[in-house]
Design a protein around this ligand. Structure first.
Ligand code: UT7
Length: 327
């Protein structure tokens, strides 16, 4: 039977500090009503001053390792999907490896913005399928709060911090990751971007003054493309796997906007109780949103053996991606 990869453990962590829509109302020209109606978000978590991205990764990873019954020393690869790493260099995965006390193994970051976790899942899946790696830790983690302009109501109300982790191991059963699909269209790079701090606009007094070190988003235009793209993506993913929407047990979408998620669920004729949702509690945690949601449904026992689960994401790049799993 074909070698494929299987998720053998999940974990997640969100910082303790909660910022509600009502807290934002006090500082910005916004309202709980606007944020709730337009996005579905009620509150988000914000990392403490001394908490780094790799600290969030560490907490989520410890839980995933425990769930898989593994020690960090048994891992042979660490991948961190993030766009808000500890430093531009070295990778957040290197810091995580050190904090976990994992032995000398491959450790690297991936950036596909909000699609990052599914890009990481696909890369990890391929390492396992070729037999190159046998125990991979994949984390999606973000400290978005450090890259938000807290005076810009069009972005700061949307994002939050958090981390989700999975362990992937080989299996020869019919269960596991059945397919992954990855897409990007770099012509649309400026729909969601963080222009400062790279080699195009290295940090300077000017870039700081021009607020280039914050996340920028052309929200409404992105919204329309996301709805259209994701509707096609989920149908194509099911077709590739010869499955009907009615065979799906759970949709685990990237948590950017409840209206985008509802449109995708509607296209699949899937009732909302079969959709994993947490953006009301955490906002948009970019590459962390899917692994956090996955960990929650696993721990709540909302998915069981042999269930078909569809994961999908859309984000900066623009990128979009899906994965189909038989649990
Ligand atoms: O995760 C990566 C992928 N990201 C996405 O998929 C996000 C996609 N976009 C969205 O989720 C939505 O477009 C937003 C939630 C960002 C915005 O919702 P929208 O329904 O597209 O609103 P809009 O941008 O068209 O703005 C409508 C109005 C504007 O005012 P005017 O011009 O009509 O007077 C905005 O200035 O709402 C105003 N507005 C706000 N009002 C109160 C924008 N932000 C706020 C705010 N509070 N926080």
């Amino acid at each position: 039977m074909t070698l494929r990869s299987k998720i053998t453990g999940t974990g997640s962590y969100v910082p303790k500090k909660v910022i509600s829509n009502f807290d934002l109302e006090k500082k910005l020209n916004t309202s709980d009503e606007w944020i709730t109606e337009r996005t579905g978000i009620k509150e988000r978590r914000i990392a403490a001053r001394n908490e780094t991205n790799s600290d969030l990764c560490l907490e989520a990873s410890k839980k995933a390792l425990e769930a898989a019954g593994l020690k960090a020393k048994e891992l042979d690869m660490i991948i961190v999907a993030t766009m808000s790493g500890d430093m531009p260099m070295p990778s957040t995965a290197a810091f995580l490896q050190s904090k976990l006390g994992a032995k000398e193994i491959a450790a690297f970051d991936m950036n596909a913005a909000c699609s990052g976790f599914l890009y990481g899942l696909s890369v990890a899946d391929n390492f396992i399928k070729t037999g190159t790696a046998k125990k991979i830790l994949l984390v999606g983690s973000e400290v978005n709060s450090r890259f938000l302009d807290w005076e810009d109501r069009t972005t700061c109300v949307l994002f939050g911090d958090g981390a989700g982790a999975v362990i992937l191991e080989p299996t020869r059963s019919k269960r596991g990751i059945l397919s992954t699909s990855l897409y990007s269209d770099g012509d649309m790079w400026d729909y969601i971007c963080l222009p400062g701090g790279g080699s195009t606009h290295p940090a300077s007094a000017k870039t700081i003054k021009e607020k280039k070190h914050y996340i920028k988003m052309r929200g409404n235009e992105t919204f329309k493309i996301a709805v259209r793209t994701l509707e096609k993506l989920v149908i194509d993913t099911l077709k590739e796997n010869n499955l009907k929407p009615s065979q799906l047990s759970m949709l685990i979408p990237h948590q950017a906007n409840l209206r985008i998620i509802s449109a995708t669920a509607k296209r699949l004729k899937l009732p909302m109780d079969k959709v994993a949702l947490n953006l009301d509690k955490y906002g948009n945690t970019s590459s962390a949103s899917i692994p956090i949601a996955l960990d929650e449904v696993v721990r709540e026992k909302r998915i069981k053996k042999d269930d078909y689960i569809l994961l999908e994401a859309f984000g900066g790049g623009l990128t979009w991606a899906s994965a189909l799993i038989k649990w």
